[in-house]
Design a protein around this ligand. Structure first.
Ligand SMILES: *Cc1c(COP(=O)(O)O)cnc(C)c1O
Length: 404
């Protein structure tokens, strides 16, 4: 007898998204037809430069920025590195002056690792704790700021638990402090936010959310992987971390990826256009899934509740007494692709997620976590199928059940 065909459900949109077909189409002409180098002065170059300019203008207007505030990079990791290392490079640590940077315990490695590298060079780094739901405390931040603080880097939304940080409150706090600093002729504290995870769900407009530096990538919003921007507010001085031919105002050297810039611009446009309707749709799916999980025993939901500072596409839960890794494996065998803690550290599979640990989970609870992230192609029937096969997958892990 033929085996029943398994569905193939992708529930890992926070790791990456499929590239939108319109985006693929928009990019295609830049590889072998309009392939010029935007720095070349002939007609091929002009055409590429025009396309690059159009992409830059489009992105700028979609996020409320000016065109010259958009720096194209190779994605979220590079933008975060550029924001942090490019700011740090303007300061020389000494015995008397230890430049101080504040971030949070639940940042992505793209932020934590450059910070770690800076501590080796005489910079001081403070990582803010979060509460059990994954939110920072603004009073805590205020107390952590010192006269030597140069930069604050706080993510807009978390990639593992979907908690959304009060960036606007951070902006207001810094405005107060920076007025004082300007008066005393001291360098202002810069604010960077990593918006890689938040952009698909939250309005991001640098007029309404006036940060100094903002990271955005394409691979999480149906654009190409390794595409991204760093928004750099006019007047903010940033040193390059990649040196070369002077592209991107000398802040990010190397021939621009015209195709990816065009793809990213369209991806951002579609994301902004679809955001509201998608949020509504995904919110319903999230709610249904959470309610379904709450009915099951031995399941503990991680992170904030819907409507209290959480992305609408993220669900994270621990199945007590069951290893997340093993559960993911069996769910995959049953046709559902989810993540455990974080998609990144394949070399560190055994380490519990630093984000879940920061929420106060035990190692065991953190290692039993499953992350479900929904997106454009997720449907109610996918969610129902998942809720149906989850108990089966748990039984398989526990060895009390077998396939068939
Ligand atoms: C994915 C992600 C990054 C890294 O982006 P890449 O484009 O993969 O380099 C950084 N921060 C957050 C919050 C992310 O989700």
């Amino acid at each position: 007898m033929a085996r029943k065909v398994l569905p193939k459900i992708y529930f890992d949109y926070a790791a990456t998204t499929p590239v939108d077909k319109q985006v693929v189409l928009a990019m295609s002409r830049f590889w072998s037809v309009d392939f010029g180098n935007p720095s070349s002065l002939h007609s091929f170059g002009e055409k590429a430069a025009l396309a690059l300019r159009e992409s830059r203008n489009r992105i700028a207007s979609l996020i409320g920025a000016k065109a010259n505030e958009i720096i194209f990079t190779s994605g979220g990791t590079e933008s975060c590195n550029l924001a942090i290392l490019g700011t740090a490079a303007n300061f020389v640590p000494s015995k008397k002056f230890q430049p101080h940077i504040i971030s949070t315990e639940i940042e992505h490695e793209a932020v934590l690792e450059p910070l770690r590298a800076l501590t080796q060079k005489g910079f001081k780094v403070s990582l803010l704790k979060v509460n059990r739901l994954g939110h920072i405390d603004i009073n805590d931040l205020e107390k952590t700021i010192t006269p030597q603080t140069i930069l604050i880097s706080i993510m807009l939304a978390n990639n593992e638990i979907g908690s959304v940080q009060p960036i606007l409150e951070v902006v207001k706090l810094l405005n107060k402090i920076n007025i004082e600093r300007r008066r005393k002729n001291q360098p202002e504290i810069l604010l960077h936010t990593d918006a890689c995870q938040g952009f698909g769900s939250l309005e991001v407009n640098v007029q309404k959310l006036p940060v100094d530096l903002l990271t955005l990538n394409g691979g999480k919003i149906y654009g190409p992987k390794q595409s991204g921007i760093l928004y750099v507010r006019s007047g903010v001085k940033l040193s390059p971390i990649i040196f070369g031919g002077g592209q991107e105002q000398g802040i990010r050297n190397g021939t621009e990826n015209v195709a990816f810039a065009a793809g990213l611009a369209l991806a951002i446009e579609l994301s902004v256009k679809n955001r509201e309707a998608e949020n509504k749709r995904l919110g319903k799916l999230q709610n249904y899934l959470v309610k379904g999980l709450e009915k099951k025993s031995n399941i503990k939901l991680n992170g904030p509740e819907q409507g209290s500072g959480r992305l609408l596409n993220n669900i994270n839960f621990s199945v007590l007494g069951v290893e997340g890794e093993a559960l993911m494996f069996y769910l995959n065998a049953l046709g559902v692709c989810v993540a455990t803690g974080s998609a990144c550290g394949t070399a560190e599979l055994d380490k519990p997620s630093h984000v879940l640990k920061a929420l106060g989970l035990t190692d065991k609870e953190a290692k039993s976590a499953i992350r479900v992230t929904l997106g454009k192609y997720s449907t109610m029937s996918d969610v129902k199928y998942f809720l149906k096969v989850l108990p089966k997958a748990i039984e398989l892990v526990k060895g009390v059940s077998t396939f068939n």
